[in-house]
Design a protein around this ligand. Structure first.
Ligand code: UP5
Ligand code: MG
Length: 236
């Protein structure tokens, strides 16, 4: 993988919002971004790209030139330079769009855990594609900490330990929350209380998406996902 060399100079988006709908999925560490995205993928067939997962996969790739750098940043709860993350996201979007070109030319993408910093938000929208809105999972720190420490018993994630968690919280409050505020000031945030159980959070997400995307669009995604599932089963 290489970074996008011309990212700084690129001022035109590579994708059109007519072809792709991007929803940024934001929230503190452990807010349930991954959990809810998995459910949305299952129900509506959206494409889910977790920036953290893409970075961890790149870190694990044996000949990656960024492996060491990514490990260090993630362990310290710091934000990896955006050239790396945006290149990974753009490549993953391309892959999804090429694979789905025949079946579903208009993709809905959940971009999970990105942007975490204002300059990333601006750059992604300028150089990749403007997002429709940000879905923000709101949850207080003590609950986030409980979830992450519990998950840390089995996750194997190098940042699920008390020290890294504290650093991740600080980065979120200082650097990532301003991104949520930036979108909120533009009326582009779907705010969801993420303290309840996953089922209740999912219901609130579904209702909010119906409002933002339109019930018809959501119904169409549901029908398309059910049809794809049917085709899949017929093949088995
Ligand atoms: N859980 C989930 N929902 C629950 C609920 N409603 N009630 C009770 N429990 C619930 O959930 C976390 C845990 O909580 C799980 O055990 C789950 O079962 C339970 P999860 O869905 O995984 O939450 P999520 O918000 O996805 O938490 P995650 O830890 O993935 O969030 P982070 O934002 O910290 O992690 P991410 O992978 O996005 O980023 C990691 C690091 O990568 C960052 O710190 C940063 O260093 C780096 N990074 C960048 O540099 N740039 C980027 O753009 C992205 C990441
Ligand atoms: Mg996650």
């Amino acid at each position: 993988m290489s970074t996008i060399d011309n990212l700084k100079d690129r001022t035109t988006p590579v994708f059109s919002p007519d072809d792709v709908t991007v929803i940024f999925v934001l929230g503190g560490p452990g807010a349930g971004k991954g959990t809810q995205c998995a459910r949305l993928v299952e129900r509506y067939g959206f494409a889910h790209l977790s920036a953290g997962d893409l970075l961890r996969a790149e870190q694990a790739r044996p000949d990656s030139e960024f492996g060491g750098l990514i490990r260090e940043y993630i362990r310290d709860g710091r934000i990896v330079p955006m050239e790396v993350t945006i290149a990974l996201l753009e490549a993953a979007m391309r892959e999804v769009l090429e694979a789905a070109a025949a079946a579903a030319p208009r993709g809905i993408f959940l971009i999970d855990g990105f942007p975490r910093k204002l300059d990333q938000a601006r750059k992604f929208e300028e150089a990749v594609v403007p997002a429709r809105f940000a879905l923000f999972y709101d949850c207080p720190e003590p609950e986030l900490e409980r979830r992450l420490l519990r998950r840390g018993q089995t996750s194997g994630r190098e940042d699920d330990n008390a020290d890294s968690i504290r650093k991740r919280f600080r980065t979120f409050a200082d650097t990532s929350m301003p991104v949520v505020d930036y979108y909120a000031a533009q009326g582009r945030v779907l705010h969801v209380d993420a303290t309840a159980a996953p089922d209740a959070v999912f219901d609130a997400t579904r209702d909010g998406l119906a409002e933002r995307l339109g019930q018809d669009a959501l119904d169409a995604a549901l029908a398309a996902a059910a049809a794809a599932e049917g085709r899949e089963q017929a093949r088995e």
